[in-house]
Design a protein around this ligand. Structure first.
Ligand SMILES: CC(C)(COP(=O)(O)OP(=O)(O)OC[C@H]1O[C@@H](n2cnc3c(N)ncnc32)[C@H](O)[C@@H]1OP(=O)(O)O)[C@@H](O)C(=O)NCCC(=O)NCCS
Length: 149
């Protein structure tokens, strides 16, 4: 399924345009702006993993590591490449890297309406811990999930 798809750890700003394009494609009106993404990539605690096919960025994961905890901030795969295991591979790579850095816990927030992402997180071992009411506006709560390494 993942033939020809590479995984790279790379937070260089040269990828900003590609990440921004995917961000808009994947999150629409709740997409981060280019300057938010730039600030995040420049943050010394940020972590970025890309999946590429023939040099094209087709997926990305943005995370942040502070002391012995990490947060998953963004995860998106280009629509054409979804349901092929790319999202899972990005997340597994992140969790593996965190394990090697002796990180103890990983947190994330996901809309309770986002079944795809929620199922992926559950499958990889994240547990729902509480609900943030109306986090994504009226009627869209966020489920906060935690993964214990
Ligand atoms: C969520 C997202 C990153 C998943 O990426 P992906 O590459 O399509 O996911 P994968 O192919 O690796 O799927 C892994 C798991 O996700 C779940 N999943 C994927 N597509 C699904 C679907 N259509 N319906 C339900 N679950 C689905 C399954 O549990 C799947 O497990 P399986 O491989 O054992 O069947 C992708 O759908 C996306 O970019 N969505 C838009 C942005 C977004 O919502 N990001 C998450 C914000 S919290």
């Amino acid at each position: 399924m993942l033939i020809g798809i590479q995984i790279e750890r790379d937070k260089d700003l040269k990828n900003l345009e590609s990440i921004y394009k995917l961000e808009i494609e994947s999150f629409g009106e709740v997409a981060w702006s280019k300057s938010q993404l730039r600030t995040e990539l420049e943050n010394k605690n940020s972590y970025c993993i890309l999946s590429k096919k023939e040099k094209e960025v087709i997926g990305y994961l943005l995370g942040r590591i502070i002391l012995d905890e990490a947060e998953l901030l963004r995860l998106a795969v280009k629509p054409l490449y979804r349901n092929k295991g790319v999202g899972r591979k990005l997340l597994e790579t992140f969790l593996e890297d965190l394990k090697n850095q002796r990180i103890k816990k990983v947190f994330l927030e996901v809309s309770e309406r986002n079944n795809r992402a929620y199922n992926l997180y559950l499958k990889l071992g994240f547990k729902p811990i509480y609900l943030r009411k109306n986090y994504y506006g009226k009627e869209a709560n966020a489920i906060v999930m935690c993964y214990q390494i």
